[in-house]
Design a protein around this ligand. Structure first.
Ligand code: GLN
Length: 346
C-alpha cells in the first residue's frame, strides 16, 4: 500500500527501533575492534590529545525514535565536516554558477590537503569538499557573511545551541597550517581567491574548529535527508537543489580518496573530518552522526567507517540496498582495497 507520507514514500523502509538498537549495539562492538588499527590526527597538535578509544553514534530517523549510543554527546571539532556548512551557505547566497565557476564537482583521488592540481594551467580545485575547494568557497563567503553568522547557522541547522569555537584547536591549527596557507596563496595567484588570503585562512580554520557532537551532526543530516527542511518546525534551510547537490558531492567526494571504496562498502553519502566526525545522510530515511577519532590512512574515522558498514545494509540505509547482500568477507575486502589502491576502478 502506498505510504500517505511523501517524505518516506520509498519501496523499502527502515526497520523498527528495537531491532535497530540491537543491530547498532552489535555493530559498535565490531567497530571498536578497528580502533587499534587507526591513530588520532597529530598534524594539528591539539587534536593529538584526543582519546582514540572514543566511539559514539546518533541515528535520527525521519520517522521513528532517535537512537544514541556510546560517546554520542562528546564534543569534538567539526574539521572538514564544516565544508558542508560552507557549501550550503555558498550555494544559497552566491548561487550555483558562481560556486562552480571557482570549484569543480569531480572526485580528486588525491589526499584532502593536496595541491597538485592547482599548479596546472586553467585548473581549479576538483571539488568543494577538499581543502583547496573549501578555501575557494571561503573566499566567496567572506564578503557575504561573518564568522558569527556561520556559528548562528551551524547552531540552528544542527539544533545545537552549544556550538562554539574551540579556541585551543583553532590556535593550534593556525600555528601549523603552512600547507593550507600555501594552497590559499596559490588560489590567490590564480584569481580564485580574491579576498584577503590571511582572513580567508582564518575563516576556514575557525569553521573547522567548531565544537559539535555526533548528535548535532545527526540533526544536520536529518535536515539534509528531508530535502533541507526541519521536520519539527517546517523551516526550510536550503533549496531542494542545494540539498541534492550537497548529498551528491558527499557520495562522490565526501571521504576524499577513500570515497569510491566507501560508496561500495557503505553506500551512504557521508562527510568526514580529522576530528573523528562523520556526517551521513540516508536520503528520506535518516541523519546519522558518528564520532571516532582514530583515523585511517585517508584521514577518515576507522571505527566510524566499520560501524556504518555494519549497519548500512541491515538497517536499509544503503542507497543501493540489496536484500541479498551480506557484508563482504575478508577476501573480497582485500580485492576491493587492491583495486582501489591500483586506481583501476571497479
Ligand atoms: N582543518 C583540517 C585541515 O584543513 C581539516 C581537514 C580534514 O578534516 N580532513 O587540514
Amino acid at each position: 500500500m502506498p505510504s500517505t507520507n511523501n517524505t518516506i514514500d520509498r519501496h523499502y523502509q527502515m526497520i523498527d527501533t528495537d531491532k535497530s538498537r540491537e543491530i547498532i549495539r552489535k555493530a559498535m562492538e565490531v567497530a571498536r575492534l578497528e580502533i587499534p588499527k587507526g591513530a588520532v590526527a597529530t598534524y594539528i597538535p591539539e587534536l593529538g590529545k584526543m582519546d582514540p578509544n572514543r566511539l559514539g553514534i546518533c541515528l535520527y530517523p525521519l520517522v521513528g525514535e532517535k537512537i544514541c549510543m556510546g560517546d554520542y554527546d562528546t564534543r569534538f571539532t567539526m574539521q572538514s565536516v564544516s565544508k558542508i556548512l560552507m557549501l550550503i551557505v555558498a550555494l544559497e547566497l552566491c548561487g550555483l554558477k558562481s560556486v562552480f565557476k571557482k570549484v569543480g564537482a569531480e572526485p580528486s583521488g588525491e589526499a584532502f590537503n593536496s595541491l597538485v592540481e592547482l599548479d596546472l594551467n586553467n585548473s581549479k580545485p576538483y571539488n568543494p569538499l577538499i581543502n583547496s575547494g573549501a578555501l575557494a568557497v571561503c573566499g566567496m563567503l567572506l564578503p557575504e557573511v561573518s564568522f558569527q553568522d556561520m556559528v548562528r547557522f551551524a547552531r540552528e541547522i544542527c539544533s545545537d545551541r552549544d556550538i562554539v569555537l574551540n579556541k585551543d584547536v583553532y590556535e593550534s591549527e593556525m600555528r601549523t597550517c603552512s600547507r593550507n596557507r600555501s594552497i590559499a596563496y596559490l588560489l590567490e595567484s590564480k584569481g580564485i581567491i580574491t579576498t584577503d588570503v590571511e582572513d580567508t585562512l582564518r575563516f576556514y580554520t575557525k569553521m573547522c574548529s567548531l565544537n559539535v557532537t555526533a548528535e548535532s551532526l545527526a540533526n544536520l543530516g536529518k535536515k539534509l535527508a528531508n530535502d533541507g527542511v526541519c521536520m519539527l518546525t517546517g523551516k526550510r534551510f536550503m533549496s531542494s537543489r542545494t540539498s541534492r547537490i550537497v548529498k551528491t558531492l558527499m557520495l562522490t567526494c565526501g571521504m576524499y580518496d577513500g570515497s569510491g571504496t566507501f560508496a561500495i562498502k557503505v553506500g551512504i553519502p557521508s562527510k568526514s573530518g580529522v576530528g573523528g566526525g562523520l556526517l551521513s545522510v540516508s536520503d528520506k530515511r535518516a541523519g546519522i552522526g558518528v564520532f571516532g577519532p582514530a583515523l585511517d590512512a585517508q584521514g577518515n574515522s576507522i571505527a566510524g567507517i566499520k560501524l556504518l558498514r555494519e549497519i548500512s545494509n541491515e538497517l536499509r540505509l544503503n542507497l543501493f540496498y540489496d536484500p541479498e547482500w551480506n557484508k563482504e568477507d575478508d577476501e573480497e575486502d582485500t580485492v576491493i582495497r587492491r583495486m582501489a589502491d591500483a586506481s583501476v576502478g571497479i
